[in-house]
Design a protein around this ligand. Structure first.
Ligand code: PBG
Length: 327
């Protein structure tokens, strides 16, 4: 039936009706808040490339976590800005049971035990060369040797209390190896959220500044992160990670890759998360600062798009602000 019998404007014509017909609902429970941790006490250090985002010392993180929990945010993702003198060729600090990440996990569990703690597994915050894995003399990534370290890093985080291990390194086979490691050490209920479709993206620039890995990153990450031109390959990555034991998978970056989210949603029943990355955050904030976007509407619209595309939830630096708006 066509016009005038069918007028799609009818159901849009009043707020109550729009509410009734809304297909996608965003709530604070959809949000994971990524936080950058730094050493010291009482430190709240602004990140130049991410206006409004700070690196927090562990004590300040504990305060922020309580606030996040009270806003209904279910989970915090941690990223350490490792002290330069603790970085090395082999990233051994990743295995230190008292590294910044482990201190932060314990502080979070202490301050807000009701919050889930997601931890990033990859070597880039710990290596002097800024790559996610171990390198040969001539700068090639050592996939299988890296996996051995990632297992140790995962166990280190699980022992400190991590709830979700999130490998972001893109080595082949790491999800299964980490799952085996967790199972054989009694961490059978620790989840794995695999960064399955992680692209070699220009949108990570501000993050590398935030964790202090940008200054010295040699080369790029194109031999392990995905080519932004590929969509079908994302299905293969996700299929493998599900078979290897991932509890959920991630697409990253977010908004430029909504087509990937949608095709994964249509092909798999695994929970899908998106990472609205640092560059996306910086773009939205820059547009707000330039007076060309309305802050609250822009933030909520972008986050709603992830759910509409098929996400179970979103990692976003806007989490506290969005949760306040939604609460
Ligand atoms: C590295 C890692 C990156 C991000 C999360 N984990 C950067 C990279 O791969 O270089 C990016 C997050 C963001 O940009 O917000 N393992």
């Amino acid at each position: 039936m066509t016009y005038p019998a069918t007028r799609l404007r009818r159901t849009r014509s009043a707020a109550w009706s729009r509410a009734l017909h809304r297909e996608t609902i965003l709530t604070p429970a959809d949000l994971i808040w990524p936080v950058f941790v730094t050493s010291g006490t009482g430190v709240t250090e602004p990140i130049k490339t991410m206006p409004g985002v700070n690196r927090l010392s562990v004590d300040m993180l504990a305060k922020a976590a309580k606030e996040a929990a009270s806003l209904g945010i279910p989970c915090i993702a941690l990223f350490p800005n490792t002290q330069p003198e603790r970085r090395s060729e082999d990233g051994a600090e990743a295995l230190n049971p008292d590294n910044l990440m482990c201190q932060a996990i314990r502080a979070l569990k202490d301050a807000a035990p009701e919050l889930g703690v997601l931890t990033d597994v990859a070597l880039d915050p710990y290596t002097t060369h800024g790559h996610d894995g171990l390198l040969t003399q001539d700068g090639r990534i050592l996939n299988d040797a890296t996996i051995e370290v990632l297992i140790g890093q995962s166990l280190n985080q699980a022992r400190a209390g991590a709830d979700i291990i999130a490998p972001s390194d893109m080595m082949d086979g790491r999800v299964g190896a980490i799952r085996d490691g967790l199972e054989s050490h009694g961490f059978d209920l620790v989840q794995i959220m695999a960064y399955s479709a992680k692209y070699a993206s220009a949108f990570y620039g501000p993050f590398r500044d935030a964790v202090g890995s940008s200054g010295h990153l040699k080369g790029d990450k194109k031999t392990y992160q995905m080519d932004p031109a590929n969509a079908r390959e994302a299905l293969r990555e996700v299929e493998l990670d599900i078979l290897e034991g991932a509890d959920s998978v991630m697409v990253k970056p977010g908004l430029p890759y909504l087509d990937i989210i949608r095709s994964l949603r249509d092909s798999f029943d695994v929970p899908i998360f998106a990472y609205q990355v640092s560059g996306e955050y910086a773009m939205i904030e820059a547009a707000i600062a330039a007076g060309v976007l309305d802050r609250d509407r822009a933030i909520l619209e972008a986050l709603t798009a992830f759910k509409r595309a098929g996400c179970a939830g979103v990692l976003t630096y806007h989490a506290p602000h969005a949760a306040r708006l939604l609460g």
